[in-house]
Design a protein around this ligand. Sequence first.
Ligand code: IPM
Ligand code: MN
Length: 354
Amino acid sequence: MYKIAVIPGDGIGPEVTSEALKVLKAAAEIYGFNYELKHYDFGGDRYLATGEILPDSVLTELAQFDAIYLGAIGHDKVPQGVLERGILLKVRFGLDQYINLRPIKLYPGVWTPLKDKGPEHIDFIVVRENTEGLYIGIGGNMKKGTPDEVAIQEMICTRKGVERCVRYAYDLTGKRNKNNKLTLVSKANVLTYGHELWYRTFNEVGEEYKNITKDYAYVDACCMWMVKNPEWFDVIVTDNMFGDIITDLGAMIQGGMGIAASGNINPNGVSMFEPIHGSAPKYKGLNVINPLAAIGAAQMMLNHLGETKASGRIEQAIICALNCGKIKDLSARSGMGTDEIGDLVAGFVKKPQA
Ligand code: IPM
Ligand code: MN
């Protein structure tokens, strides 16, 4: 019996979450695994009504689940940063989910803005460090609001934090066994302390992984290659900030935010799965957003829980849905309702195409 915490969140979060849960249910019926859901209504509306963001006691409670599923966080009436820091980053940091796993995979039949590139060219995974770097929120102001204002935002890289991330990436590259190539994306030529630590750690740990080809790209060049030669990448490992940026680019080349999913992984603890897209408040309640990214996140969750067959079947169902000719577009103009796309995928889970 898997215990799964569900935080549907804001905007379109609840709508896409229900579709992901619909598909989860279909997979459970076929594969016979059991789960129990507990919903939490944290997000912008609760904050505006009660002032509560995510209490520490709830974080302790979340640590008891087998996995956490998150829809989307972000509310147009809440100042930027409050919910992002107070919910999303609080869970990532608090539960030590030190890996943010972001597959960049172009499924057959999906449009990519890259000319002459297809599924055989766009299939790599970004391993983003998820608990350090520029995200830690250490810093301060001096003389705020005056012409002499100073703002400091610290970037923290620790040997432990970098090493565990790099190791995870090497292991994943080996397990994936595609090109057995791991690319370190950094800016070690400028960030001569923080990223020098990344570079050294990558090479030192790499001594233990003789069969993995090591590759290096500065983050600016990486953006260029992701567009020009995405087939060069197998697994990328990078820090928190750069991982954030290059995975939005990655989402675009795999067909857009409508398809990109992610997992915040603590290999020894509780992990949280979410679509990469935000809460898109202007589409809230309109039943127009396609839930495939959210369904993809549920698929990653099952894979993580060890339900690899169910996970594989959901992925096949997503591919069938994308290729059955009904979904015109992955944007809000798909021509189908959020629930209809959920039904379509759940249908393919229950009855796969020959
Ligand atoms: C993401 C998001 C978050 C991040 C924001 C909402 C804090 O952009 O998951 O990529 O920067 O990590
Ligand atoms: Mn982001």
